[in-house]
Design a protein around this ligand. Structure first.
Ligand code: ADP
Length: 453
C-alpha cells in the first residue's frame, strides 16, 4: 500500500514538473521570438528608408547596443552571398538553413548551437527585406540557464521525495496500520486460545483507529462478561439444582414404594409442586443472567406509581392481614409520578422486596411503602420492622443463593433480591438497602422517570 502511494506520489510529482517545465519553455521561446520579430519590423523599416546603407548603420547600432556576443545579423543577396554582417568572432560559422529551403513569405524561426560557444544555443530568424534575406540570431543563454536550474531543482526534489517522503510515508503507513495489526493479533490469539482477557493496547491518539480498538475491546469485554456469567450460572445451577432434584427423586421413590392410591396421588402432587418451584428457580436464574449481560428483553414505558402501589396492595393485603401485619401504603401526592420501566419486571422486583418485608416482620408490626422523586429518578421504598441485617452483610444479600444464617428457618431460595437487583439495574436503576440489626430494614428501588437520551 505504502509502495503504491509512493509510486503514485512520484508520478504525480513528475507530471506536475513536466507540465510546468513545458509551459515555461514555451513562454521563454515565445518571448525570444517576439523580440526577434520586433527587430525584423525595425530592420524592414530601416531598409525602406535608406536601403542597404540604412541597414548597415542599423546593424552597427544594434551590435553596439547589445554587444557582438549577444546578437548576430547578416544580410544575403539573392545569390546567397553575404552583403552585410556583424562581428562573427564569438559566433563562428552558423550553419543556417539555405535560403532556398526556407519559405520566406513570413519570418522563419529555428534553434541552432553556436559553434564558437558550443555550450550555448541560439534562436535564429530569417526573413525577406526587398530582395535580400536577413538572418538574425540571439543566444538564449539566460533561458537555457533557467531551464537547467529548473531541471536541477526537479532532480533534487525527486531525490528528496525518494529519500525522505517515501520512507516517511512508509513509516506513517506502518504506524497507522499498527493498530489494525494489534486488533488482528488479539483477535487471532483469542480465536486460538479462547483467552478473552486479552485487550488491544490503546495509543491515546483519539483517532478512528483508536476508536476501533476501543470498540473491539468493549466487545471482547462484554463477551468475556457474558461467558463468565454463563460459567457462573452453570456452576451455581449444577450445585443448587442438586437439592431439589434429589428431593424430587426421593418423592418419586416414596411413591414407588407404596401401593396406596391416595398416597401415590399425594406424592405426585408434591412432585408437581416441587417441579413448579424448580422451574421458577430455573427461570429466575436465566433472567438474572440475561439481565446482567444486557440481553434481557424489556418493554419500557411510563408506569404510574399509583397503579404500581395499587397492584402491590391488592397482591399482598391479604397475606399481610393473615400474618397480622399492617401494610401502610402512602400514595404519591403527585398523581403524575411515573417510573419509566418495564412494568412486569419492576412489579416483580418490588414484589420480591415486599414479600421479604412481610416474611421477616413479626405479627403486630408494620410494613410501610411510599414513593418519592429526585432529579430525574422516582423511588419506591419498603420499610419493615423485622430483625434487620448486619451492615457488612448488606452487599451479600444481593448475591445469588445468599441467605443470612438467621433466615435459614424461613422458607426461600436466596434468589429474590438478586433477581430484583438484576431487573432494576437492567432498566438503568438501582436498589439500595439500609438496615441495622434490631431496627428493621428499608429497601429503595430507584428508576429513571423518563427515557434516557
Ligand atoms: P430469600 O428467598 O432467602 O428471602 P432473598 O434473595 O430475597 O432470598 O434474600 C436474601 C437474604 O437476605 C434472605 O435470606 C435474608 O437473610 C435477607 N433479607 C432479605 N430481606 C430481608 C429483610 N427485609 N429483613 C431481613 N433480612 C432480609
Amino acid at each position: 500500500m505504502a509502495f503504491i502511494y509512493s509510486v503514485l506520489f512520484t508520478l504525480a510529482f513528475a507530471v506536475i514538473f513536466s507540465a510546468i517545465y513545458y509551459m515555461l519553455e514555451q513562454a521563454l521561446s515565445q518571448n525570444t521570438k517576439k523580440d526577434l520579430l520586433d527587430d525584423s519590423v525595425e530592420i524592414i523599416s530601416a531598409y525602406k528608408k535608406g536601403k542597404l546603407d540604412a541597414l548597415k548603420s542599423y546593424i552597427a547600432n544594434e551590435i553596439e547596443g547589445d554587444g557582438p556576443a549577444n546578437k548576430l545579423i547578416r544580410v544575403f543577396d539573392p545569390d546567397g552571398q553575404v552583403v552585410l554582417s556583424s562581428d562573427l568572432t564569438l559566433w563562428g560559422d552558423l550553419s543556417l538553413p539555405k535560403a532556398s529551403d526556407l519559405d520566406l513569405s513570413s519570418p522563419v524561426v529555428w534553434s541552432v548551437r553556436i559553434p564558437k560557444r558550443p555550450q550555448l544555443e541560439a534562436r535564429a530568424m530569417a526573413f525577406l527585406v526587398g530582395k535580400y534575406v536577413v538572418e538574425e540570431a540571439v543566444p538564449v543563454e539566460w533561458n537555457s540557464k533557467l531551464l537547467a536550474r529548473l531541471r536541477e531543482a526537479f532532480g533534487v526534489g525527486l531525490l528528496l521525495t525518494v529519500l525522505v517522503a517515501i520512507p516517511s510515508g512508509w513509516f506513517m503507513a506502518r504506524r497507522s496500520s499498527a493498530q489494525i495489526r494489534g486488533i488482528d493479533r488479539v483477535a487471532r490469539s483469542i480465536a486460538r486460545s479462547a483467552d478473552l482477557s486479552r485487550r488491544v493496547p490503546l495509543r491515546g491518539t483519539d483517532d478512528e483507529l483508536d476508536h476501533l480498538a476501543k470498540t473491539f475491546n468493549l466487545m471482547v469485554e462484554r463477551l468475556e462478561r457474558f461467558l463468565q456469567e454463563l460459567h457462573d450460572m452453570m456452576d451455581n445451577t449444577a450445585h443448587d439444582f442438586k437439592t431439589p432434584l434429589t428431593r424430587i427423586r426421593a418423592m418419586a421413590e416414596t411413591g414407588l414404594g407404596t401401593t396406596n392410591h391416595e398416597e401415590i396421588q399425594g406424592t405426585l402432587v408434591q412432585i408437581m409442586d416441587e417441579c413448579d418451584r424448580f422451574l421458577f428457580l430455573l427461570n429466575a436464574i436465566m433472567d438474572i443472567s440475561q439481565a446482567r449481560t444486557g440481553i434481557l428483553s424489556l418493554e419500557k414505558k411510563e408506569v404510574r406509581a399509583k397503579d404500581l402501589l395499587a397492584s402491590i396492595l391488592s397482591l399482598y393485603s391479604r397475606v399481610a392481614e393473615e400474618r397480622g401485619i399492617r401494610l401502610n401504603v402512602t400514595y404519591p401526592r403527585d398523581d403524575k409520578l411515573v417510573f419509566f420501566a418495564d412494568k412486569k419486571r419492576l412489579s416483580q422486583a418490588l414484589s420480591n422486596i415486599v414479600d421479604n418485608a412481610l416474611k421477616y416482620t413479626s405479627s403486630g408490626d408494620t410494613v410501610a411503602i411510599w414513593t418519592r422523586t429526585e432529579a430525574g429518578f422516582a423511588e419506591i421504598c419498603v420499610a419493615d420492622s423485622g430483625p434487620g441485617i448486619p451492615r457488612e452483610k448488606i452487599p451479600r444479600i444481593f448475591e445469588r443463593f445468599y441467605r443470612l444464617d438467621t433466615s435459614r428457618s424461613t422458607p426461600g431460595w436466596g434468589i429474590g433480591l438478586s433477581l430484583a437487583k438484576a431487573y432494576v439495574e437492567a432498566q438503568g436503576g438501582s436498589i439500595a438497602a439500609k438496615s441495622e440489626p434490631g431496627n428493621g430494614s428499608t429497601f429503595c428501588i430507584r428508576v429513571p422517570t423518563q427515557q434516557e437520551g
